[in-house]
Design a protein around this ligand. Structure first.
Ligand code: ZN
Length: 252
């Protein structure tokens, strides 16, 4: 007999699960608004059609479900055998018929949700390893999925925008992205300011810095490499390029 409710009672985790489920519902809504023919159209990601996005989001749910199964059983089941296998799977998935592609998204999302729901409270703390090689507790799988569904709903390029993404998701995404820059040392001379939240990130010590600022949704859109609408660049670094907003450093 399978439980119909989450096994965890941790309020913070339940709130995170809700955010992931809302993101999945949002992606589903944007996907359902597209006709089969429109799936062939370009996404916001270079070289990827909407088919690639949908296949990727479906296979991503399966990969994350493998991590949750790992946490549940203690038997190591990696997300993907390798990044090459993952990429090949996406290219293959993009060739599926529209109905198969839609089923892939729906079924994988339901499967992941069941794995989360049935994971016992203590197993959420078991360690698993992501494709980047990070050791994380199973709780992290919720954020990994949250960020995928919300952002890739925008990438479908049929009307969703970063302004549709809940502020707590945007804030955590920005912390992830600026953290990745810092780890790689690619944020030298760059300061990022979120004007409507009083947040700032980056290298405030440089006197030749470029200050990129704007409201939260616009700043995250820029930081994620999805365009520079609604952000401005100022400071000595920007003066040298007549205020042109620089491309954000890579983060993935
Ligand atoms: Zn992705």
């Amino acid at each position: 007999m399978v439980a119909r409710q989450d096994q965890t009672t941790d309020p913070e985790l339940l709130a995170a699960l809700l955010q992931a489920r809302r993101g999945t519902a949002f992606f589903a809504r944007k996907l359902n608004e597209l006709s089969d023919g429109e799936l062939d159209g370009d996404s916001l990601l270079p070289g990827w059609t909407r088919r690639h996005i949908t296949a990727h989001v479906g296979y991503n749910a399966r990969a994350i479900a493998r991590l949750v199964e790992w946490a549940a059983t203690g038997l190591e089941t990696p997300m993907y055998a390798s990044t090459a296998v993952r990429d090949h799977e996406i290219d293959f998935g993009a060739t599926l018929s529209p109905i198969a592609l839609r089923h892939l998204f729906d079924h994988s999302a339901v499967h992941l949700n069941v794995e989360w729901r049935d994971l016992p409270g203590d197993a959420w703390h078991h360690k698993v390893r992501t494709i980047q090689g990070r050791e994380v507790p199973a709780t992290e799988t919720v954020w990994m999925r949250t960020r995928e569904v919300w952002m890739h709903a925008v990438d479908l390029d049929n009307g969703a925008s970063f302004a549709d993404i809940p502020a707590p998701v945007l804030e955590r995404l920005l912390a992830d992205i600026t953290g990745a820059w810092k780890t790689r040392g690619t944020d030298a001379g760059l300061v990022v300011e979120v004007s409507d939240r009083g947040l700032s990130f980056g290298d405030t010590t440089s006197d030749t810095s470029t200050l990129v600022s704007g409201p939260l949704a616009a700043v995250v859109e820029w930081a994620a490499g999805r365009g520079s609408g609604g952000v401005t660049a100022t400071g000595p670094g920007a003066a040298a390029t007549n205020g042109k907003v620089p491309a954000a450093p890579k983060w993935i």
